[in-house]
Ligand binder design. Structure first.
Ligand code: ARG
Length: 463
């Protein structure tokens, strides 16, 4: 008997504490309260549609709409009391509405479920965030194009294998970044099309027996159409995965810019100066000015890529239709939005303030035999097969290396030692300016082409 009692006592305690724990464990209100304004927007449209089809009276509708507006102001003012016992944003708001307006509040949930409600909220949220992201992307691209326009003639070394390869213009390099962002922006725009489809009306999974008008709700909420299948409507999170995939790739691009900026600000390269506002000092080494912003963005690429994998794994093997698993979609999604927006903002602020150190760029371009290909092309122009020309230039480069001189510093006599076809005019092609100007075709690094590309980009950004 005493054993039983003890068991019961223990069991009682266990059940009680487990319940409290499970309540907190399964609740999402701590993070999904971020969707509150979208939840209210969806509820207002739903109430208006229910009124239109005769399920709610005009008076009930007014009570609901006013009550929700009141709740929204108290949430925005920060004096709304969120309760874990009410689990999520949806039930918190519904309970508060009923508390304020009574019976009409209890009628709001007619013909819908939290399953279609949450899927709709996330899509409304994503729509806004995508717009913000696009505008930050445009701001960053505008900065890149502006800087590229100023530096269509600024010569720097172009690299392959991080070794000096051929001279390029700084403007051309910046426009390579512009092109990557252009594709990112296209991916977000494409994703936005599939975000803008309305799950509301799918109800729990099968639709509802009430005579709802989904076209009307979709119109009120600015969706392009209602989703075509209720089972898919409540369980589809493809749009969130697509968004995270586009974000992962964008961050990969930003990590590549970051890496170059970090390298270029180092004393070894000294290609650019970053304004103090984007750097921090060291607490121990007084001489340090560290490129923290690009380093941090490079680091943040990790979590955004991790979020993509989280969402992919979240959806893997989920049977139709809604499963509680889906509650786990929000944190990776929110974190992705915040990280992408923060990183874009930092870059958009920083890029127009990048100051190239032209002398260092020029010096570096001179050092790596970057006009070797031009010498080979010159010999080809004199009728020598490219492979033989390659061999001749290799020998000239070896002499340069041994005597610590660039190709343009070798004498005509020395050059002619490797090929009789070399004449005085060779020095024109051995200059860096001659080398970049020669690459004068669509997509090439010639200053002419960079100026044209800048003009095209500016037109594209303002259209
Ligand atoms: N908090 C839930 C989520 O984020 C809302 C939907 C819950 N639906 C349910 N039937 N438990 O997914």
């Amino acid at each position: 008997m005493s054993k039983n009692k003890q068991n019961k006592l223990w069991g009682g305690r266990f059940t009680q504490s487990t319940d409290a724990f499970v309540q907190a464990f399964t609740a999402s209100v701590e993070f999904d309260q971020r969707l509150a304004s979208y939840d209210i927007q969806g509820s207002v449209a739903h109430a208006k549609m229910l009124t239109h089809v005769g399920i709610l009276t005009e008076q009930e509708c007014t009570q609901i709409v006013d009550g929700l507006a009141d709740i929204l102001s108290s949430i925005e003012a920060g004096d709304f009391e969120w309760s874990i016992a009410l689990e999520d944003v949806h039930m918190n708001i519904e309970a508060a509405l009923t508390e304020r307006i009574g019976i009409a509040g209890k009628k709001l949930h007619t013909g819908r479920s939290r399953n279609d409600q949450v899927a709709t909220d996330i899509r409304l949220f994503m729509r806004d965030q995508l717009e913000l992201i696009q505008s930050e992307l445009t701001r960053l691209q505008t900065g890149l194009v502006g800087l590229a326009g100023e530096h269509a003639d600024t010569i720097m070394p172009g690299f392959t294998h991080l070794q000096v390869a051929q001279p390029v213009t700084f403007g051309h390099h910046l426009l390579a970044w512009f092109e990557m962002l252009k594709r990112d922006s296209e991916r977000f725009a494409d994703c936005a099309k599939r975000v803008n489809v309305m799950p509301l009306g799918s109800a729990a999974l099968a639709g509802t027996s009430y005579p709802i008008d989904r076209m009307m709700t979709a119109d009120l909420l600015g969706f392009s159409r209602p989703c075509a299948n209720s089972l898919d409507g409540v369980s589809d999170r493809d749009f969130a995965i697509e968004f995270c995939a586009a974000s992962a790739l964008l961050m990969i691009h930003l990590s590549r810019f970051s890496e170059e900026i970090v390298l270029w600000t180092s004393a070894q390269f000294n290609f650019i100066h970053l304004p103090d506002a984007f750097c921090t000092g060291s607490s121990i080494m007084p001489q340090k000015k560290n490129p923290d912003v690009p380093e941090l963005v490079r680091g943040k690429t990790g979590r955004v890529n991790g979020n993509l994998v989280s969402l992919l794994m979240l959806m893997k093997s989920q049977p139709l239709a809604y499963n509680k698993d889906n509650q786990e979609d929000k944190e990776p999604l929110f974190d992705t939005v915040d990280t992408v927006l923060g990183s874009l903002r930092a870059f958009a602020d920083m890029v127009p303030n990048i100051e190239p150190v032209k002398e260092s760029m020029l010096k570096a371009a001179k050092q790596g035999f970057s006009t070797a290909t031009d010498l080979a092309d010159y010999l080809v122009g004199k009728g020598i097969p490219f492979r033989d020309a390659h061999e001749v230039v290799g020998l000239a480069v070896r002499l340069g290396t041994e005597t610590d001189r660039d190709l343009s510093e070798l004498s005509l006599e020395e050059l002619r030692h490797f090929s009789e076809d070399i004449t005085e005019d060779v020095f024109e092609v051995l200059t860096l300016e001659g080398s970049v100007s020669a690459r004068d075709h669509i997509g090439g690094t010639a200053p002419n082409q960079v100026r044209q590309a800048v003009a095209d980009a500016k037109k594209f950004l303002t259209q």
